[in-house]
Design a binder for this molecule. Structure first.
Ligand code: NDP
Length: 268
């Protein structure tokens, strides 16, 4: 039996968009994997010039609060658009996965920027443009997979992959939000300092560790090739940055806790 024609979304434009993503899906996943390799190699040579690593020579910049919102909004809007066009958008598993995505990106694009210190360093337009382009690629393919391409059974919420994935996602979210909260409070209090509490006891960048856990959890829960490509890209982006943060902490604070590792706690 052929698949039912997909004319059920709110706007014909969304149907057309969904058809387009269906045609380019595997190419887009491949592109994202290639971008992960390029990003990892590039960031080992050049530290992304924003936040504490901001430096002259990277062109015009936007105030940090606006910069983060503009950069991250495509991850929210692109996901909602493709999700709304998906034939399975009203089923329980896609709704759960979509809700997790929206919780993360609602916070990242709207709440996190509002909490940044007024003195937060401007974000170069180049960084914003690259972030927007990646989000505009990544969010639609992930929404397409869960709301259109994947076939989750009605009782799919009992699948161990979904249960474990959701738990991993929620643990990562809690770690990420807690760590970002510690850092944002430090930053709003004035200059950079040595963060303490939670996983900072063992690692310098628990926010990045939490972010990686989140996306591996989401990929597992969704059993999604697009989700796995995103989780790999997140690692490619954040592992070199965590190494740069670690070097920065050690250079700037001579009494920085010697046992604290960049991303993963020391064993034993
Ligand atoms: P950082 O840890 O570099 O900074 C987070 C915030 O805390 C910034 O406002 C920063 O100020 C401030 N801050 C950091 N360290 C200190 C310190 N020691 N003392 C005082 N203030 C500090 O994170 P990013 O800005 O790189 O990322 C923000 C969020 O976005 C994170 O949750 C991260 O996981 C996520 N992210 C996800 C990516 C992905 O690929 N999925 C890619 C990049 C980020 P300032 O900006 O002025 O340095």
């Amino acid at each position: 039996m052929s698949a039912p024609a997909r004319t059920a979304s709110l706007l014909p434009l969304l149907d057309a968009l969904c058809d387009f993503v269906a045609q380019v899906f595997w190419g887009a996943v491949g592109l994202e994997l290639a971008l992960a390799v390029v990003t990892f190699l590039a960031l080992r040579l050049i530290t992304a010039p924003y936040g504490r690593h901001a430096r002259p020579g990277w062109g015009p910049a936007l105030p940090a609060r606006w910069g983060w919102t503009v950069m991250e909004l495509p991850a929210l809007l692109g996901f909602v658009a493709l999700f709304a066009a998906g034939r399975h958008r009203s089923e329980p598993v896609p709704l759960l996965l979509g809700a997790l995505w929206l919780v993360h990106y609602g916070q990242r694009s709207l709440v996190f920027p509002a909490r940044l210190a007024a003195s937060a360093r401007p974000v170069p337009l180049l960084v914003i443009a690259l972030g927007m382009a990646f989000n505009a690629l990544n969010a639609p393919i992930n929404a397409y997979w869960v709301a259109e391409a994947a076939r989750y059974p009605a009782a799919g919420y009992r699948d161990p992959r979904l249960v474990l994935g959701v738990l991993l996602f929620l643990a990562g979210l809690a770690i990420n939000w807690h760590a970002d909260g510690v850092l944002l409070r430090l930053r709003r209090a004035g200059a950079y300092g040595v963060p303490h509490g939670g996983l900072f006891r063992w690692v310098s960048c628990p926010n990045y560790l939490g972010e990686m856990l989140e996306w591996w959890g989401w990929a597992l829960a969704a059993w999604s090739p697009a989700g796995a490509a995103f989780a790999l890209y997140t690692m490619a982006n954040l592992i070199p940055r965590a190494a740069a943060h670690q070097r920065w902490y050690r250079e700037r604070f001579p009494d920085y806790p010697p046992a604290r590792r960049a991303l993963l706690p020391r064993r034993g």
